[in-house]
Design a protein. Sequence first.
Lengths: 97, 464, 364
Amino acid sequence: MFKTFDKNNTDYYLKFEFDGKSIKAKAGMSVAAALLAEGIIDLRQTPVSGSIRGPFCMMGACYDCLVLVDDVSVQACTTPVRDGLVVSRVPIVTVDE
Amino acid sequence: MQYDFDIIIIGAGPAGMSAAIMADKNGASVCLLDEQPSAGGQIYRNVTNVTEQGAKILGSDYLEGRTLVESLNNSQVIHRSGVTVWKVGKKGNVAFSDQGLAERLQGRHIIIANGATERAVPIPGWTLSGVLTVGAGQILMKTGSIVPSNSVLIGSGPLLYLVASQMLAAGSPPKAIVETQTLENLLKALPHFGKALRSWKQLLKGIKLILALKLARVPRYKAATEISIQGEDNVKSVKFRASGIDHQIDTNVVLLHQGVVPNTQITRSLSLEHRYDMAQRCFHPVTDDFGQSSHSLFTISGDGSGIGGAKVAAISGKISALNALFCIGKISKSDRNQVVAPLQKTRRSELSIRPFLDAAYPPPNSILLPHDDTIICRCEEVTAGDIRRYAALGCKGPNQTKSFGRSGMGPCQGRFCGLTVTEILASETGATQDAVGSYRIRSPLKPISLKELASLNDSKEHSS
Amino acid sequence: MATIIIGGGVVGLSIAYGLLKAGKEVIVLDGDDNDFRASRGNFGLIWVQGKGAEAPHYAKWSRGSSALWGDFAADLLRQTGVDVAYSQVGGVDYFTDEKELEKRVQSYTSLRDNLEGDYPFDVLDHKGMEERVPEIGKKVVGGIYSPMDGHVNPLYLLRALSIAVLKAGGKINTGVKVVDIKAEDYDFTAILTDGTEVMGDGLVIAAGLGSVELGRKLGFKVPIRPQQGQILITEKLPYFLRYPSGTIRQVNEGGVQIGASSAEVGLDDDEDMVTSAGLAQHAIEIFPHLEKAKLVRSWAALRIMSPDGLPIYQRSPKVSGACFVTCHSGITLAASHARLIPDWILERNTAPDLSQYSEDRFDV
């Protein structure tokens, strides 16, 4: 779905975890970009209808790319990847409508 | 009152950086607050760290951002990167979070340079995963060196062609570009073409991009209508009608674009005066030629005051800094006016292409007034039809529709639904967009944890 | 002929709905999208415990409305299809200070005595609190639970009332401002900004802070003042909080709402960060796990406060057929405003005795 166009020997790669899966990413990428590169476009379900959402604006405005880091919901597109970072999906919240 | 800085600038894009550099040069103490880990805003995002190959793909215009960043780094400006500004107060106080801790700063004057956001493109299926904005596609190239394969681009505007050609240079051109621009749009834009010729360099760049796409045989479908994105959870295809034929193109990634609009979250939260621009179909804060807003403590700069692009933003940044310097008494009015005059002239010249672009690439009515079933508030999944129902119940403004239907109550705080709600209500009630108004924006401007907020009362004060 | 109701908030619309059910025609005149609107900014509680500590009649009035609420909500659902998310499993007030708790228990005990025992509440220690709400923080020394309390989604209530009033044949004019009223006994003409005249044989002023000018023209004292309250709401969280409290509740949409402050700042509904930070701190003390929850919005709204904090139900001393209604518990009292107030407005002999709520009580 997404491919890397820039392969360099000097690139520094690190590993982070998403929902238990180990993912390799280039230093400087956001978690959202790293997940998209890995083909992961489904990040969460909406509270209202349970619809699947993924990154949309990549600039911290839409809040569709929320993920959980240290029990806090953060935007994957403004969270830089770090070695050993543990990221998981936000728990599903069902809205009583 | 104790001041931490003479001037606090919010946003480190071309406008913010230029303003910071100019203010610093003239002896003011400046603090520049920005959300990204490095300066550049969105248009020059990651410009200091981009790789050689990335630089080639993204082009020389993008690389121009490096000069500004370098000048910023050589100045005395205190650049706080990676912070989230969540409140700007009417007294010139700013609250932000840095690594989970809240801080407060007091400035004598504030320059708001928070740029633009993509206009929302509410078409059926736009909330499916796999759908992003064209701007997002460009950010992925700038920061992640990744590009979608076989994507379909939908919409209108010069950024569409720019990003498509960048994708081409990256070896992964779009599978198709589905454009909403009609011949009628172009004809209506013709009267502005003469003026646009003053920016012939920009026009030429645009033509080169379109030619490159033509040479690479990237399919372009013009005057497309009835566009929808198909799929269950993820994107599977795009459907549309063009030249009298129904099309369906399979794809997993769709990029949308219908121009950019000023980001008015901060200016709205301050209850500054705004005006709706019929040519650009969006609100911008009311400012004079120096960027002075309706409140003495705030100057607005760059795309956040009106769309003009990076070069205009850089000039605007200088002008706004000079205005701020005058406001705090560091330069006289006549000095300000004298220095600003040639800058205003250059800005006018750089803006001469805008009326043509605005007329040539307007958002179509199907975007401004979506079909009943289309979701317009992504966060709370409120449809256009819902808004129309609330209008029928007597809701005359976005705040009443918000309280009836929750549109605008999600984490994005109305960034992606605000304009659409105003347009729908204007259409339903027969009032102008100015009369309809917009959402009341409140702090926190971006969600922050309760812990961060609570830490404000133990925050350290900075002294200049 | 119709009763003109000035003010389309929860008080005005509840009364409108009740009048329509009583067979009266109604026309509601409501203001601008950006008006202060306490009905949009409140906490959404149907709260009885603690009210009327010095005024047993008010405790009874609140209790009475709370008892009518279930039926009121069911009626609205039937009429409009809107579920106002009414819940009355009881409410809890949390205490982090032993002395405060003791003081409050004393106050409730004397209330109970004044009401001949008809005032149920349980005093809980930390352990008792933990059993009801396991997420409670260590700093919570105890609490008071009362089955009389509940909560509702106040915005859904507004929407339901609007639909109910329209369906029952009432008229609602939004985005209008009444600039003058010509008044004679049972003969009223409200004049709008554009010169339009709205006529009726009855008048109810229920315009919150907007009641002052018009009210005084009709001989009312309108001794009200704005009192700012600030509220925070978090992102939607997994459901954990069954019992609303006066300061924290989890709304049906999933967010946790935290409030509310009290400040006398005049007609200022701007939120301020120091107050917000204090509210956040309070929430974390009660529920430590909330420290990681993201705050999505804060707002401030203006309560309409009478000098003693109790409602005012007043007939005009100048003309017959005009009434003034105000309170700061518009949600709790919505049921009584719909069910009982119309009889009082229409001067029927089934009307409740509201003499204790007259403005005369403010004469020194």
